[in-house]
Design a protein around this ligand. Structure first.
Ligand code: CP
Length: 306
């Protein structure tokens, strides 16, 4: 039995197979429509979500399976003090696979150690968000045609943005990857990513503050929201929240084939006037998230479709 806690739980070869499966699902959805009949997915979300929870549920329904779960800690027995270890033992009696989001780093890992069913980390605090990374990789591979030889600008809250941490760790395994880390001083990438992931693996990167200085060099601009829920005080959040706003004027400085990605939800960091730009890929990214989660469910449940 396998779990998914980090994108690094999958080798590059396994990842390639999973993304190829997701692309086949995109092209031939009917072929997979009954693949998980009789199977159940539990979504255990201790933190708010729109995309991750609903795309997991859509993925399982598209595969012919069924779904159950809770959408907040308050509506589960966590509010009475139940631990994630006990909860997953219970969920193991009800479902075949579980997607879990939790505000505490490492909580899905703790759950996986007591689980009788595969557990997928659907986001743990400011740590990792591996299925967003799978979504991002499928988007990049589908729209840019490759996962290597790319210059990727990561912009916004690089300190708390878990999607950025997972994406960097996944992309450094491909040749010719270069990062431009665009953030205010207070929201710079954590030192463990800078030192232990980027420098240790000799990955070229630069850190800049102004988006205008970097945007012209990028193949991909990955915008992020300032993560209000991880700030210790509201004043700091208000000071930081509109530090970056991607608008038409800034898009005019970018390459014609650059794509703009965002894990969403967006607040103000991408102006709605950018939505109609053919380089805006963030709503396509949402659709890829369903295909890749379908592929992940099939892979972890070891369901083969011929
Ligand atoms: N991208 C993402 O994780 O969105 P949700 O918080 O809505 O799940």
């Amino acid at each position: 039995m396998r779990h998914l806690m980090s994108p690094l739980d999958l080798s590059v070869e396994e990842l390639d197979k999973l993304l190829t499966l997701a692309t086949d699902i995109e092209k031939n959805p009917q072929k997979y429509a009954h693949a998980c009949e009789g199977k159940k997915l539990a979504t255990c979300f201790y933190e708010p979500s729109t995309r991750t929870r609903l795309s997991f549920e859509a993925a399982m329904l598209n595969l012919g399976g069924r779904v159950l779960g809770f959408a907040s800690a308050d509506s589960s027995s966590a509010s009475k003090g139940e631990s994630v270890s006990d909860t997953i033992r219970v969920i193991s009696c009800y479902a075949d696979i579980c997607a879990m989001r939790h505000p505490k780093e490492g909580a899905p890992l703790v759950a996986s150690q007591k689980s009788r069913i595969p557990v997928i980390n659907a986001g743990d605090g400011g740590h990792q968000h591996p299925t967003q990374t799978l979504t991002d990789l499928l988007t990049i591979r589908s729209l840019k045609g490759r996962l290597d030889n790319l210059t990727i600008g990561l912009c916004g809250d690089l300190k708390f943005g878990r999607t950025v941490h997972s994406l960097i760790q996944a992309l450094i395994r491909y040749p010719g990857i270069r990062f431009v880390l665009i953030s205010p001083e207070e929201l710079r990438i954590p030192s463990y990513i800078r030192e232990d992931v980027l420098k240790k693996n000799n990955i070229p990167f630069q850190e800049v503050e102004r988006l205008e200085d970097a945007i012209g060099d990028l193949d991909i601009l990955y915008m992020t929201r300032v993560q209000r829920e991880r700030f210790f005080n509201e004043e700091d959040y208000i000071r930081m929240k509109d530090f970056y706003i991607l608008n038409k004027a800034k898009m005019d400085l970018a390459k014609d084939d650059m794509i703009v990605m965002h894990p969403l939800p967006r607040v103000n960091e991408i102006s709605v006037e950018v939505d109609d730009d053919p380089r805006a890929a963030y709503f396509k990214q949402v659709q890829y998230g369903v295909y890749v989660r379908m592929a992940l469910i099939l892979t972890l449940l070891e369901v083969e479709v011929c």
